[in-house]
Design a protein around this ligand. Sequence first.
Ligand code: IMP
Ligand code: MG
Length: 340
Amino acid sequence: MTSGCLVIVGGAFGDEGKGKIISYLALKNNPAVAVRGGVGPNAGHTVIYHGKTLKLRMLPCAVVNEKTELLLGAGVLVDSDVLLKEVTETGSHLRTKVDRNCAIIEKKHVEMDREGHLKSIIGTTGTGTGPANADRILRVGKLAKDEESLRPFMDNVSRRINSALDEKEMVIVEGTQGAMLSLYHGDYPYVTSKDVSASGICSDVGIGPKRVSEVIVVFKSYTTRVGSGPLEGELTPEETIKKGWQEFGSVTGRLRRAAPFNFKLAKDSVTLNSATQIGLTKLDTLFPESSRVREFTKLSTKAKKFVSEIEAELATPVVYIGTGPDTEDIIERNVASRKW
Ligand code: IMP
Ligand code: MG
């Protein structure tokens, strides 16, 4: 089995298509363990595999590989109803583990997230994550170890991942949202309630920076944003639909705001996350003739040029290219510098 620690994070405002890239990596590399960091159930990761669509808000996307253990890092906020539903739907009771120190989202947090400035000014997902993190910081939050329904899943996730790495097993670390929604590095106050850059995600799951083999930053071939905050080059909803870029939030159902690929933002994000590789999704939306193409040489000249431009501007190899919704609609390119 391949060994190494792959960290996969969103490069922009979330919804880059991380779910697709992660599920592909999980099937291809057979990781012993996949661990989710990030905020919590405000994220919605879509995985389409063998014609079946999974929308995951709590479980790691590596769920598609039945041999992979599924962990939630201590930094993650857990909505136990959402988690238990996903565990039941995917039949993954025996391989799901939750860090005992994960904080719990309670009903009152969801209520608070759906009113006042959080709803009207920030445009949050209304899933209770901001208020639950606020309680956590005030040291009045409830932890997973005190939640009866989560008792069967309790673990020390940091210890588990670090010992997997000691034993030269492969670990996939899954981020949520995107670096530009980071509480520290994004456009405050139009951000989520935590740092979601690669370093933040590693801290969530309990690994130090020297453990990481590759940081894969995922971008979509155009940019989308839900909720408030700046979006350079934003199109009108009519223009968005005309281009075929319309998308609806997987958690909220809102029409996502859209803009062309932003090279400057992407460059900042590559630096912030210390990206070693790039995953580029939805190339087929920009270049329909690339739909379901699985070899780089078979892409059109225009599509190849777009990929080369990204590599040149960001000085980072584009290793994974999504060409369709299914986990297997992907081009994986060979990279000499690969560390695993
Ligand atoms: P919150 O994370 O629900 O507090 O929302 C804060 C901001 O982050 C809002 O603009 C949300 O739309 C955005 N956001 C949070 N999670 C995601 C995500 O997974 N994808 C896209 N946007 C998100
Ligand atoms: Mg999403």
